[in-house]
Design a binder for this molecule. Structure first.
Ligand code: UT7
Length: 325
């Protein structure tokens, strides 16, 4: 069995925060943010949680697939901003969309979360355990962003998106390969220190701003391009394809310069890279499916295309996958 992508869907919260808005909040400028990241705007979830965003994205996916929620057998939700530590946010999504016949759970692999979730759903389908799966990335990063720290607050945004996978007997379509990597030697590059079992909720944690994202952005950046390029080659090699066979590359949208660097390194025309970071910013696990959904709805990715997905995230996770759409 292979897992074929049947439909995409997305949801972005209504509030938009521009670079000019950020100029009034921290010592930054539209010029710096645009040049160093490619970001112009980001969406911000005000009264919505990760499961609210994910449920709205799920309704869009189901509509586009013309499938009812009761037919869904598995929901895998990738997020680093769950509604609460337990239960899993995926269960709130299950309830909100009425997917009564599914089982649901969360995955946390930071910005590679969607890819990890995709690989898990793919494995369940390949093993014959389910016939379909909703794979969603949903983030409300604005809620764990330190809005006084210009080195992080300018790059993150909120949103949710995902895909519906369905089992197919045609081994030439759907997910052709997936490669995942992680390295626990770099967990200091990006983290939200509290609250957790190492540092439970406390006034001190709040006062030290340990409840917000801490990131060594420049060190992370330096490792991204090389890692994404090499894991992409691994995923393509597995199915005997090269970068010249790729119709579309959909990278995790962390920084426009990272996407440009990857394209240059693998000699792929930048026109074949889907870039949505200008209007979505870095939405961690939601960024790849948001970009995919935009590309499908705007007539870029079409049936039969070879799509290369790749990601890089905290701390560290990186992955790639090859899909025949
Ligand atoms: O999502 C997956 C994991 N995360 C990533 O992949 C993030 C990857 N990293 C990045 O995208 C970039 O490192 C950032 C966008 C976060 C930062 O860009 P950078 O080009 O690496 O900047 P930098 O940290 O090297 O800082 C360069 C300068 C510094 O000033 P000095 O020391 O040269 O005077 C910073 O203080 O830019 C300054 N700076 C800013 N200036 C204006 C840092 N943030 C800002 C800002 N506005 N928002």
């Amino acid at each position: 069995m292979n897992a074929k992508v049947i439909a995409t869907g997305a949801y972005l919260p209504k509030k938009i925060l521009t670079n000019f808005d950020l100029e009034k909040m921290v010592d930054t400028s539209d010029e710096w943010i645009t040049q160093r990241t490619g970001i112009h705007i980001r969406h911000i979830a005000e009264d919505e949680s990760a499961s609210d965003l994910a449920a709205k994205a799920a309704f869009d996916i189901l509509d586009n697939a013309d499938v009812s929620a009761s037919e869904i057998e598995l929901i895998v939700l990738a997020t680093v901003t769950p509604d609460m530590p337990l239960p899993a946010t995926a269960l709130f999504v299950q309830e909100k969309i009425g997917a009564r016949n599914a089982f649901a759970f969360d995955i946390n692999a930071a910005c590679s979360g969607f890819m990890y979730a995709l690989s898990v759903a793919n494995a369940y389908i390949k093993a014959g355990m389910v016939k379909n799966a909703l794979v969603i990335g949903s983030e409300t990063l604005s809620k764990i962003t330190d809005w006084t720290d210009r080195s992080t607050c300018v790059i993150f945004g909120d949103g949710a998106a995902g895909i519906l996978l369905k089992a197919t007997e045609n081994e030439d379509e759907g997910i052709l390969s997936m490669v995942l990597h992680s390295d626990g030697g770099y967990t200091d590059l990006m983290r939200v220190p509290a609250p957790g079992s190492r540092q439970p909720c406390s006034v001190e944690a709040i006062e030290n701003r340990d409840i917000y994202i801490k990131m060594k952005g420049n060190e992370t950046f330096k490792m991204a391009v090389r890692s994404i390029a090499s894991v992409s080659k691994e995923a393509l090699d597995l199915v005997g394809l090269g970068f010249s066979d790729v119709d579309w590359m959909v990278c995790h949208q962390a920084n426009r310069r990272i996407i440009e660097g990857v394209a240059k390194r693998v000699d792929l025309d930048l026109d074949r890279a889907i870039i949505t970071i200008d209007r979505h910013a870095n939405t961690a696990a939601a960024s790849i499916p948001l970009a995919l959904d935009w590309a499908v709805k705007n007539g870029k990715i079409k049936e039969g295309d070879i799509v290369l997905l790749n990601s890089f995230g905290a701390s560290l996770t990186w992955s790639a996958g090859v899909v025949r759409w």
